[in-house]
Write a protein that binds this ligand. Sequence first.
Ligand SMILES: Cc1ncc(COP(=O)(O)O)c(C=O)c1O
Length: 421
Amino acid sequence: MSDNHGRVINFGAGPSALPLSVLEEAQKGLLNFSGTGIGIAEVSHRSKEFTAFVDQVEKNIRTLLDVPPTHRILLTQGGGTAQFSVVVLNLLARHRLLHPTATPEETTLDYVVTGSWSKKAAEEARRLTAGHATVRTVVDARVYSKDGQSFDNVPPHAEFRFSARPALVHYCENETVDGVEFAHDAQSPAAFPFDRLLETAGAGGGALVPLVADYSSSFLCRPIPRLADHAVIYAGAQKNLGPAGLAILIVREDCIVDVDAAARLGAPPVPLILSYKQLADHGSLYNTPSVFAIYVAGLVLERMKASGGLLYYEAVNKRKAQKLYAVIHEGEQKGLFRRKVQQGSESWMNVVFEVLGEGSENKFLEGAEQEGMKGLKGHRSVGGIRVSLYNAITEPEVDKLIAFMTHFMKESSSKSEVNAV
Ligand SMILES: Cc1ncc(COP(=O)(O)O)c(C=O)c1O
């Protein structure tokens, strides 16, 4: 049995847990990558061993997610925040090439706002496009929340108002901070309204709607619904895939455009390092990439393949989330816990709830830490508890947390009974 090196269970939201077997393998790679005699942090990104490794990373992502040949897989630097800007610049260029005379009012960018990250993405788009384009809010989920100000739901489909010919439509599949996620069951009212979007924004070619998804915190936790209907999917690696510093892009061919030609027509200039075309033309190796992060991600992908692929992860992740929500529900019945997100819109990856009663949250966090479980404090803007259940968190680890929560409920209930006497 392998030694766990004194590691605790890390339920943190990101950077987050990685599989122990991968970390152990990475230790070896740090000393000698792929038989080169050179460690992975020292090896040239142009070496044949590393370029072959990058090819395999792309192939594995393609296989695991069943990415069609219409889409390229690109590896780049920066996390989700960088991609908020990158996607705006590239798709504004695409729009300018398609509609060279469009006015700023006719150049619309649609943002679906269901949580803190999509809100931030929309704010960045507004900042970048001032004078060039109009950023619209398709829907703001806070309007449909229980208290009128929180992100706790996916709004009803009838409330989504898409533009007719947008330069992009952006949504965040899983809101890491708020714990709100689009349902993957196409029949669910909390699924993304793909058909509604294609009907409205598809005027002029349904297949070419520039739909963009931030998959940073749910990438590779299960298959992506309607992947082929997306123009761009981006994800920072540091949740399910590897260390921070790497972002994965899945980009439809028609969105890989000549940004300089677009700039000549009046689109904002795009730094070459941020151009999808530049990345694609150089096989993701235009400049020095985040070599180590790619290496660890590659090891994670190999492990995923060997474990049975995304259907395996989907089944395990579903069980993990369901059993955790069940115990929170039990706590709700007892007046001890309160879930933050409305039923149907809850995330599989980030489970957010409150522990009721003065000082109870700290008691919960301290108790969990004593049992070797860390990273459970909610995001500072939301408070409460957040349990991140990324792929590297095993089912027995979730069971351990559930056992702790059950014990915590029992203790809290018996104390309140004593106080009531
Ligand atoms: C959904 C989502 N989008 C974007 C980001 C920003 O990522 P980064 O901090 O890597 O820029 C995060 C970070 O947690 C995220 O969870």
